[in-house]
Design a protein around this ligand. Structure first.
Ligand SMILES: Nc1ncnc2c1ncn2[C@@H]1O[C@H](COP(=O)(O)OP(=O)(O)OP(=O)(O)O)[C@@H](O)[C@H]1O
Ligand SMILES: [Mg+2]
Length: 1021
């Protein structure tokens, strides 16, 4: 399912690194029933480029935690295959032809036509058998040992000392002393939070044997393998900080525990009698000051937090203008839930990049306050999540991952563990298939867990009544914006203030003051240069452009006519940026950026790689760059400095700007804590004047349910999973459920011809026809009570989050693959992992194959497979994009979409017995696709915000493992790593600590679970 990535400037006080691809220049605003098309490009610069639909990313499930060692079957097969290929000189093209022949015949030709290709495959397989035996001969345990040893070699000396100490202790005395010690280290802080009284009970209390210490005893009597050793050392490492607590720190912790305890008690006893800081320890206030520079809450934030409905834990929707400070309120409610009510929390954010930023931003809070922050984005996240014994978890997820997480909690009957779900940018409910997924998630929550509180926020909501009804929520709104935003439009050389109270929609403000030569007038008829130079270089300026190409053109045009003096401003920093971008591109450097950066200007869109975007955003935030020409990728939820936002035209792609989009883009100007003023200027051609007047007067777009519009990703997928999860298994139950959806609320508006019951009936029948459900739908009696069941294919489809439009063809392709899976390279597997929905975005420059009169979808898919194949071989996005003449952003997006789809496939195959063989193969392939970097960089890239370029720098500087990063000194890190600010260094360290702690915790939970004595041992009662 699509999980778009958005390019973001995180807040000035948070690091802005991102991982892997992200994408689309997708409109963020809610859907509007009618989109007005752009009439003609006229004098508006270069022709509009079609909006890039491939900018989204397919991202479901992930198994990144299985990333240990190189001992998997496929890795070994790869080695052998490598040797084999050298021997046999088998080239990729031959392999490709075999596979394509096989697949093509699988899809479209009769079995007999396929005979020769299959013959080839069989021959290849038998040729390979010798190699296959070698695979089994190699000893995986040996591999493991080597891995463990080398991992130990890599540790810094402080860590080695720690290991040695552990070793000594465990070999010298296998007594309970160590068990207690370790147990104490592991549980000390979190236990204190869970049970603050224990902290004051003194040593005596702490030494009291507990259940967990007896578990630890069991661990000690177990012969300890090196792997176990490493696990326990990791556990220790993760807590290393707690191990060496100073007196002051202990005191601080005591105060914190006390406050949490008092706050929790206060909340339990009375909803009004709150703790020192909204029911939270005052440490939260300190952290907000230290980490965010926030001294006091705005009045509305205080009022909102004190709402009666919140005290009563009712669902709440709140809406304030862009930049109003909505996030902080949500964060305080989240902390209350985690610390005081001791429940897990899910926070749903719209884009991968924003999720990663939030993970980084909240990791320090987690470390200080004793909760876990778990990332559910890209290919990260466990399903179901690990059940934590002590600490509570904050899951920060994209829309798609949030849905998968909720499914897994319902399936394991743990949905009530989730105390709170927060949805940022709630207007996304109206945004196509992603809106449908969000609606499905929330409807499932409402139906299955009456105790889970739901909170939604947005700056751009209109039909709040519908949303309130859907979410059974109270509503809070306020017009507060800490920094005033002045909105203008420009027609010819006149600037008008936007004023919806006037008849026109705008009132004269001033004439634009500029002197243009006739040449310049021709090159810049919209006077962008005049508008920009009014603010730069002292202040920054964002120019939103309708298309990616337009961004590049505007950036080039502006710098061509800028005075030479602009080159002098922050010259050294700009040189550094250029150096940095060159090293990211392994020497290759975009010619447009080469020309524009010396003037402090850059473009920013999804055609750039993540590393490039990150560097450009950072340079822009630091004032090194003062103009960014960007697409709508920078339009929502981001905090960038922008004294002035220019909307270069009232279009996004070919579509006329929607009110929501306009508000979001304009709202990037004047963000609190970054700018003290903000203004937006929309450039309008005379011909569009009336449309813009309509825009000014029109209300924000409504959010409409997309369940019907997005058939296979909407209602059909919902019905399938309802039966699969056993949430509703009869027609009647499904009907009842549907009343709890937004579609249920808006049914009369959205489906005039059919009732909800009829829609459900059609949907269920369709699923039965497709072989995904089994059962009978009565023609007459709509309230049929006969039970529906899910078929294995149905289960595989919803578990793998496969779009229902592709599930049958996917099954056929995998089945065909079983007849002759070509394993002399990973080409065939890659073909199977190439996302179906990306084939429409690709037009192969591949005449020979096109002349074969083959099916376009297969040819396109295979072409993309070759791109992926080249990527895995070369691990260099630049050279591959050049080779295939595709933008590097597209190539990166293909890679991450394929990684996600591979993991979806994995989950699909897990449910279908005959596909067991794919499981092992796909685990490894997913890993390769997820990171697509040299293996040694993978552990570093697991840390939120460490991208390839940063990982390389860290690795080269000697930070080779997670432990290195978690234990790094921020000052040393800043000294050793170029272009790394102190704030970023601290965030990297916090994120690494959090990840390490989370992994250690997980291992610890696993150990506890393994050693738990079952209560139902036969004969013990
Ligand atoms: N009480 C406060 N004091 C000072 N700064 C604050 C306060 N609350 C929020 N801010 C700052 O205001 C900026 C905007 O806040 P935030 O990102 O929460 O806006 P938002 O309402 O979510 O806007 P959008 O709808 O555009 O996402 C942030 O930089 C944030 O740190
Ligand atoms: Mg926001």
């Amino acid at each position: 399912m699509a999980e778009p990535r958005l390019a973001v400037r995180r807040k000035s006080h948070s690091s802005s690194e991102r991982k892997r691809s992200r994408a689309p220049a997708q409109p963020v605003a809610a859907s509007s029933p009618v989109a007005r098309k752009r009439p003609s490009s006229g004098g508006e610069g270069p022709p509009a480029e079609a909006p890039c639909s491939n900018d989204s990313e397919e991202d479901m499930f992930g198994d990144y935690d299985s990333f240990y060692g190189n001992d998997s079957l496929i890795a070994q097969v790869d080695d052998i295959e490598h040797k084999y290929l050298q021997d046999k000189n088998m080239d990729v093209k031959t392999a490709g032809e075999i596979i394509l022949g096989n697949l093509q015949s699988g899809v479209h030709q009769k079995e007999q036509d396929n005979f020769s290709a299959s013959q080839n495959v069989v021959l290849l397989k038998s040729d390979q058998e010798e190699g296959a035996f070698q695979v089994h001969d190699s000893d995986p345990a040996d591999g493991n040992q080597k891995l463990t040893e080398s991992a130990l070699d890599d540790l810094p000396s402080s860590q080695l000392l720690y290991f040695e100490k552990m070793d000594e202790l465990s070999s010298a005395s296998r007594t309970s002393a160590l068990s207690k010690g370790r147990d104490e280290r592991v549980n000390s802080f979190s236990d204190k939070i869970r049970d603050p009284l224990s902290f004051y009970a003194g040593a005596e209390h702490r030494n009291r044997p507990t259940d967990s210490s007896s578990h630890s005893k069991c661990i000690l009597f177990k012969p300890e393998s090196l792997k176990d050793h490493l696990k326990s050392a990791m556990t220790g490492n993760a807590r290393a900080q707690t191990l060496q607590v100073s007196k002051t720190k202990q005191l601080k912790e005591a105060v914190l525990s006390e406050e949490i305890f008092v706050a929790r008690k206060a909340i339990e006893s009375s909803s009004l009698d709150i703790g020192p800081f909204y029911g939270l320890p005052s440490k939260v206030k300190d952290l907000l000051r230290q980490l965010r520079g926030i001294e006091t809450l705005y009045e509305w934030q205080h009022d909102c937090l004190m709402l009666e409905s919140l005290q009563q834990r009712k669902n709440l929707i709140y809406s304030l203008p862009t930049g109003g400070g909505k996030t902080l309120v949500a964060e305080i409610i989240i902390l209350q839930e985690l610390l005081c009510r001791q429940k897990d929390v899910l926070m749903i954010l719209p884009y991968v990049a924003i999720v990663q930023e939030k993970v980084r931003g909240l990791s320090s809070f987690g470390i200080e306050l004793g909760f876990l922050v778990e990332e559910y984005a890209g290919s990260k996240g466990r399903f179901p999540p690990i059940r934590r014994r002590v600490k509570k978890s904050l899951y920060i997820a994209t829309i798609e991952k949030g849905h998968a997480l909720v499914n897994s909690l319902i399936e394991t009957e743990r949905i009530n563990d989730l105390g709170l779900v927060v949805v940022d940018e709630l207007h996304m409910l109206g945004a196509g298939s992603r809106g449908a997924v969000l609606e499905i998630t929330l409807a499932k929550l409402l139906y299955t867990s009456k105790k889970t509180q739901i909170i939604g926020m947005s700056a751009t909501l209109n039909n709040v009544g519908d949303l309130q009804k859907f979410l059974q929520a109270e509503y809070y709104t306020n017009n507060f914006r800490p920094v005033e935003l002045k909105e203008y439009i420009k027609i010819r050389d006149t600037i008008y203030a936007v004023d919806s109270k006037t008849q026109n929609g705008f009132a004269f403000s001033r004439l634009l003051n500029f002197k243009y030569s006739s040449n310049l007038e021709k090159a810049d008829p919209d006077h962008i240069i005049a508008l920009v130079t009014e603010v730069i270089p002292k202040y920054s300026c964002l120019i939103f452009c309708p298309t990616k190409k337009n961004c590049e053109n505007v950036a080039s045009m502006v710098c061509k006519y800028l005075k030479k003096e602009f080159r002098v401003h922050k010259e050294k920093e700009k040189e550094d940026l250029i150096k940095n971008l060159k090293s990211i591109g392994n020497g290759t450097f975009c010619p447009v950026l080469k020309q524009t950066i010396p003037f402090g200007i850059a473009y920013h869109h999804s055609g750039l790689t993540n590393d490039e975007r990150k560097s450009i955003e950072e340079a822009y935030s630091a004032g090194v760059l003062c103009v960014l020409a960007c697409t709508a990728t920078l339009a929502a939820g981001v905090n960038l400095p922008a004294r002035r936002v220019i909307l270069r035209a009232p279009y996004v792609g070919n579509d006329f700007l929607k009110k929501n989009q306009y508000k979001q883009m304009a709202g990037r100007a004047g963000r609190a804590g970054i700018d003290s003023a903000g203004e937006s200027i929309l450039i309008v051609q005379e011909k569009d004047k009336h449309l813009v007047q309509d825009l000014v007067h029109s209300p924000l777009e409504n959010c409409y349910s997309n369940l019907l519009q997005e058939l296979t990703k909407g209602i059909q997928s919902l019905l399938l999973s309802l039966v699969g999860l056993k949430v509703a298994v009869t027609h009647e139950e499904v009907d009842n459920f549907m009343c709890c959806t937004l579609l249920g609320v808006q049914q009369q508006l959205l489906s005039k011809e059919k009732s909800l019951t009829e829609i459900v009936k059609d949907g269920l029948e369709n699923l039965i026809e497709k072989g995904l459900l089994k059962g009978r739908i009565s023609q007459k009696d709509h309230n049929s009570k006969s039970t529906l069941t899910i078929t294995p294919l149905g289960k595989a489809t919803y578990k793998g989050s496969i779009d229902l439009a592709y599930c049958n063809i996917l099954y056929r392709d995998l089945k065909k693959g079983l007849e002759g899976l070509v394993l002399e390279s990973n080409l065939h597997l890659l073909y199977l992992s190439t996302p179906y929905d990306m084939t429409s975005t690709c037009s192969p420059d591949w005449m020979i194959y096109l002349r074969q009169n083959m099916d376009d979808a297969v040819v396109n898919r295979f072409y993309l497979t070759f791109v992926l194949y080249a990527l895995l071989k070369e691990t260099n996005i630049w050279s591959v994009s050049e080779k295939f003449n595709l933008s590097r952003g597209y190539v990166q997006n293909l890679l991450s979409s394929a990684a996600s789809f591979a993991s979806c496939l994995l989950h699909f195959c897990e449910e279908i017995e005959e596909f067991w063989v794919y499981k092992a193969l796909l685990i490894e392939l997913t890993k390769q696709l997820t990171y697509c970097v040299k293996t040694e960089l993978i552990p570093l890239m697991e840390v939120a915000g460490v991208l390839e370029a940063r990982a390389k720098q860290l690795y080269n500087a000697g930070y080779k493992t997670l432990a290195h990063l978690a234990n790094a000194n921020p000052e040393t890190l800043v000294r050793m790593i170029e272009h790394l600010s102190r704030r970023q260094a601290k965030q990297i360290i916090s994120s690494a600590k959090m990840l390490l702690s989370e992994k250690a915790e997980a291992l610890q939970e696993e150990v506890e679970e393994l050693l738990k004595v079952p209560t139902d041992i036969p004969g013990t009662h």
